[in-house]
Write a protein that binds this ligand. Structure first.
Ligand SMILES: [Zn+2]
Length: 103
């Protein structure tokens, strides 16, 4: 008897996860869905909060007018997500400290 079950068990979950930059555990899929650029698991994302967050959002107004033009012409605002590298170092150090304290 031919079964026409369309179930697929090849791991097609839609969201691909990646390991947390701090602890190496896979990041929660739901978290990646909410913050696609994250490289941290839930736990370590929280730790970043006290250091100002995982990302620093910088916005800049794009000027399209010429230098000498009196008319200011802003085409829009560019927001840029920058990794909070200082916090990465701090959280990593904290994580290592906790890990060594446990042993
Ligand atoms: Zn983690």
């Amino acid at each position: 008897m031919a079964s026409d079950a369309t179930e697929r068990t090849d791991g097609t979950e839609g969201t691909d996860t990646r390991p947390c930059e701090i602890c190496g555990r896979p990041i929660e899929a739901i978290r990646i869905e909410v913050i696609p650029a994250t490289r941290l698991c839930q736990e370590h994302g929280q730790m970043f909060r006290k250091f100002g967050g995982e990302f620093i959002v910088r916005s800049r107004e794009d000027k399209t007018s010429k230098e000498n033009s009196l008319k200011k012409n802003y085409a829009g605002v560019t927001t840029k997500l920058t990794r909070n590298e200082a916090a990465v170092a701090k959280v990593r150090r904290e994580y290592e400290a906790v890990k060594t304290a446990k042993t």
